[in-house]
Design a protein around this ligand. Sequence first.
Ligand code: F0G
Length: 456
Amino acid sequence: MPHLRPFVSAVVRPIPITTREQRIQEMDRAGHNPFNLPADKVSIDLLSDSGTGAVSVDQQAWAQRGDERYAGAESFYRFRDAVRDIVPYRHILPVHQGRAAERVLFSALLGEGRISVSNTHFDTTRNNVERLGSRALDLPCPEAAELDSEAPFKGDIDLQALRDLLTGPEGPRVGQVLMTITNNGGGGQPVSMANIEAASALAREHGVPLILDAARFAENAWLVTRREPGYSGWSPRDVARRAFEMADGAVASLKKDGLAPEGAFIGVHDSDLADRCEVDVIATEGFRTYGGLTGHTLETLARGLHEVLEPEYLADREHEGAYLAERAHQAGVDTVRPAGLHGIYLNAGTLLPHLDPAQFPGHSLANALYREGGIRCSELGSLYLGELDGEGRLTAPAPFELVRLALPRRVYDHSHLEYVGEVLAGIAKDPEQVPGYRVTYAPPVLRHFRCRTEPV
Ligand code: F0G
């Protein structure tokens, strides 16, 4: 049976059509950093899949019922029950977005001299660990480094390395094992249930909590049903629930798989831990039954958590990711394989071999996509992950020069993705035209969000 998209547009937003000259001017003004561009000068915005999805008519209808009373609002209970149906923890605390959940939970689990170990920490997650004086250690599985490999679970943690850490001299300093599902920093690759189970057993053996960073829990569950032996007959909801069951707690940004513009939760079993988190949430986010969210949002999320686990929706999401990857391959651009769901990661290193890592080829490709087609996306290469000296010169490159084309949920259709493929093909036809960049301003932390650069 051919693929049929399981929804249509009910309300539309026009997108700006700009000229190349306008885009060159905008880039100059933005210090050649896509994060500084005003969105109304961007035609196709693939910067993030976070909070950028389209809500459904049912979500809008439920949102009208938002109960905005300060404490114990009906909307909270509907939200909590929707979360609990997937996340079977005793304590669920809403907060305004994922990084708030991280700050609160990590403050209770980590501290000076502690270690957080992960398959890969997301960028703001790493920063939340480091702000507490702890070390964020990434232990991705070896296949994660083989960009062209079709291995099904390249988001896994390296279990041998995790065992060595936990049994070694630094073991007692480990405050949490954090499994990011799917592994955003690692190419959007999924984590297998077998890997979560083994990591959970190791963590338990050493008395360390296993925490899920579950921003894309539904997408991970879907890929498990598609790729992991023994799970093909499972519903995505049952897989997701099983994954949460294997952990001691979770933080989840619901700006992704909550299908809403804001929101997140902290979920834990342990009542003492929940108590410490609750005090922090009340002081910094809001009372425990709203955590900084409106009743309107809590209702949107309750319905979103239902829709995101529908197999037809997830099958469509997989189809769209594969379609964009195929367009990139046809344009002659390598991507991290196999294609994930929330974004396609382009290999700028192989597309722009005339550029040295010190000229930031990923950043060059991201900027070329804007200049040539008004497409916004972000680099995941040496500008983000490399080491720079005080003058902004690269002293240690990142392992790969990648560019992420993130896919907002239910927003772009095939004609938009085809357009991205055409712009990519134009760039790939004459890659030597793409200039390198130098950094003119680099803040010491969260550099890629705030730096300024210029073409060389
Ligand atoms: N964890 C992961 C794996 C994420 O991808 C993000 C956000 C967060 C935590 C933080 O959540 O944004 O609600 O505070 N990722 C977005 C992205 C920003 O574009 O990948 P948040």
